[in-house]
Each structure stands twice: as C-alpha cells, then as structure tokens.
Design a protein around this ligand. Structure first.
Ligand SMILES: [Zn+2]
Length: 400
C-alpha cells in the first residue's frame, strides 16, 4: 500500500501526521489542491485504512458540516532502536511517534548478527511473541483491529552515533562504521531487515532526533532551527528551509571541539575550552570530582548544584555559560532563531538556565530574547524514538 502512494497522497498523509485532523477544504487549501483532487486522492487511503474520517463538525472554512480526515495513527506501529556501546534501546510507537511500549537491555554479544537477533528478541518481547507481524500477508484493508495484539509493525529505524549514512557507491549496500561497537563497514540495513522481517533504515542518532523534533516536537511548524545534544557526546544538527543540512563523516566530530574559551578545561584531544571540554558528561564529572576530591556521577553533580553545593554549582554555572556562548555562535552564524537542547545531559541547561541566558544575551550584542532556547526532557528513550521517526518518515515520504 505505502509503495503505491502517489506523491500528492504522501503530502496529504504527511500534513495530517504532523498537524493533526483537518477538514477536506482546509487540507485542500494548505496543499494547493482542488477539493475534487483531494477527494479523489484520499478515497483509496480511507478504503485502505490509512486515513479515517472523524465525527461530523462544522467546517471552519465554509461552515458546512464535514467529517475531518485524520491518519489511523494507532493502527500503524513502528519500531525504533538506538544502539550504544553497551545497551540496546527499543521503543514501539504509533504513526505520530507516540511511544506505546519500550524496553532496553545490555548488549550481550557485540557482533552485528548477534545485535540484530537481540533486536528481534526485544521486538518479540514488546509484541507478545508475535514479532509485530499482525495478520498474515499484511495486505491493505482496514480490518477489525480492535485488540492490541493484531497491530502490524510497519517498519523499523535504527540510530547510532557517528557516520550512519553512507560510504558505499550509489546503488550499493550502505555500510556502517560504529567504532564504539567495534564495527567497520557493516551492511546493517539488510542484516536488520532479515532479523526483524520488515524494512529498516539506519541513521545518525542526532540527525534522527532533529527529524523527530521537526515533525513531532518543538520544531514542528518551524522551517529553520538548530538542535544541540548534550550527554556523553556533544551533537549538532541544523534544519534549514525544512531540510536537514547534510553532514559528512568529517563534519560530525567538529562541533564538539569548537573552541569557546582559551582558558577552559581540557578535552580528551588536548584542547582547552572546547565545547566537549565544558559540556560532555565526562568533563562535568571530572571537573566536579576535582573540587569534591572524589568520583561523582553526572546526576550527583546536577543534584548538588540544584541544592546549592558550591563545587557542583561552580562547574554547572561555568558549563552553562559556555553553552550560552555556543548557542550564541550557532544563532549568529546560521541565523536560526530557535535552538532545541536535548540529550541525556540536558539537565545542565535547566539547572544553569540563568547563566546560559546571560551568556547568550551577552554574546548577542546584549539583546535579550533574540534567540529562543527550548530545553527538552532528558529521557534516553528519545534516541530510540528518533529511530521510529526516521522509519515513519521513510514510509510516508517514500525516501530516506
Ligand atoms: Zn576538544
């Protein structure tokens, strides 16, 4: 059914997924289609169970009674997977990336085959042993899927750190390097597809998170925004004119080592005062550990700072000021007006918000509020959800 969608139908599905139920007249207006074309395009999608009609309401455009169209979000499920050096995180979402189930566990065997089979076992566990195959054959048709067990997993998306794009000639299998798993030139997509029994896309984790925020998060409705992730690593993605700016492998590590202050702490590559030296979880733990004269976790440092501990507060304030400068550089050079902060270490921005704001303003010619900073939840499942989002996007737009 998805493969056969004409491009105009794909824009209708995309519009409804991102912006919610709409009347046919409103939809036709947004997409510059005649209502006749819209009706012709949507009829087979309704018949196939991809779109549903809501209860009768009065059309906001012409006042006539109408039944708004929506996607059958809960009837279509997607699997998102995030791989780290030691854990595999999985979520199952609906067509709007709402999480319906989640599970994670340590990676037991790091070989690509074993990781793919572990993903399959997790999928089986999340779908009560059915593997999310739904009904046999999987042909179109709305069916009577009132229960919880019969919903089909349409596709899967895997996100990993580093270059998960392509290092193969056009038309060949895409090969993945994941040094943290000891993988070199692994054809992960076909391996995963075979293990999971459904189509699979593989993406860089930060790029996937940017797509997620663009369709389903704080970036929805924005044509331009930047995403900065804080955690074990420092990540960056830029959406301009509704498109992700493509990054080459060599670009990916650059951002984390952007120099922010010549006299700051030192990173693992020997730079003083780079973004990573101030902001990575390791750097925060080590800086606070120096003052406290003992090893501390990232969470302890954040809690200590929130409770007024002088050492923790000192480290967090210094890092938050560096983050403010970093955001000032991003907004000034790219001219985006919104920066979304995400990642498992984002609590830093919340605890150090005043210092972040002050440094941002000071580095924007003293103009307050010239850039909006949105701080997201520090839920690690968001990375796996990013995987589900790239699977959703690849199916809706017919590309990856
Ligand atoms: Zn550095």
């Amino acid at each position: 059914m998805w493969d056969a969608l004409p491009d105009a139908a794909r824009s209708i599905v995309k519009e409804l997924i991102i912006h919610g139920p709409q009347s046919r007249t409103a939809l036709a207006k947004t997409l510059h289609l005649s209502t006749g074309s819209l009706t012709r395009l949507t009829r087979p999608l309704v018949d196939a169970g991809l779109l549903v009609e809501g209860d009768v309401v009065h059309d906001p455009v012409n006042g006539r009674p109408t039944r708004p169209l929506d996607v059958a979000a809960s009837e279509h499920r997607f699997l998102g997977i995030k791989l780290t050096a030691d854990r595999i995180h999985t979520v199952i979402t609906d067509l709007r990336a709402g999480v319906v189930a989640a599970r994670d566990e340590p990676i037991t065997d790091h070989s690509p085959d074993a990781v793919c089979h572990q993903a399959r076992r997790l999928l089986d566990g999340l779908t009560d042993g059915t593997g999310g195959t739904g009904r046999a054959g999987g042909a179109g048709g709305a069916g009577g899927t009132g229960g919880t067990g019969g919903t089909q997993i349409v596709a899967a998306g895997v996100t990993i750190g580093g270059d998960a794009r392509s290092s193969a000639p056009v038309g060949r299998e895409r090969l993945i390097d994941a040094p943290f798993l000891g993988w070199r030139q692994v054809a992960l997509e076909p391996l995963m597809e075979q293990a999971l029994g459904r189509p699979c896309v593989v993406k860089n984790d930060v790029a996937a998170l940017a797509h997620q925020h663009h369709w389903f998060g704080a970036g929805r409705g924005l044509r331009d925004f930047a995403l900065v992730t804080i955690g074990a690593g420092i990540g960056y993605a830029l959406i301009v004119h509704d498109h992700l700016v493509a990054a080459a492998e060599a670009d990916l590590g650059m951002f984390a080592h952007l120099a922010l202050s010549p006299g700051g702490p030192m990173c693992t590559e020997g730079h003083r005062g780079c973004a990573s030296a101030y902001l990575s979880s390791d750097s925060i733990e080590i800086s606070a550990g120096l003052g406290l004269r003992r090893a501390v976790t990232y969470e302890e440092v954040m809690r200590g700072a929130a409770a007024g501990d002088q050492v923790c507060l000192g480290v967090v304030r210094e890092a938050a000021r560096a983050l403010g400068r970093l955001i000032a550089h991003i907004t000034t050079i790219s001219m985006v007006k919104t920066v979304i902060l995400a990642g498992e270490g984002v609590e830093l921005a919340r605890v150090g918000k005043d210092d972040l704001d002050a440094a941002l303003t000071a580095n924007r010619r003293g103009v307050p509020g010239s850039a909006e900073v949105v701080i997201e939840a520090d839920d690690f499942r968001e990375w796996a959800r990013g995987g589900a989002v790239v699977a959703i996007q690849s199916f809706v737009t017919g590309s990856d």
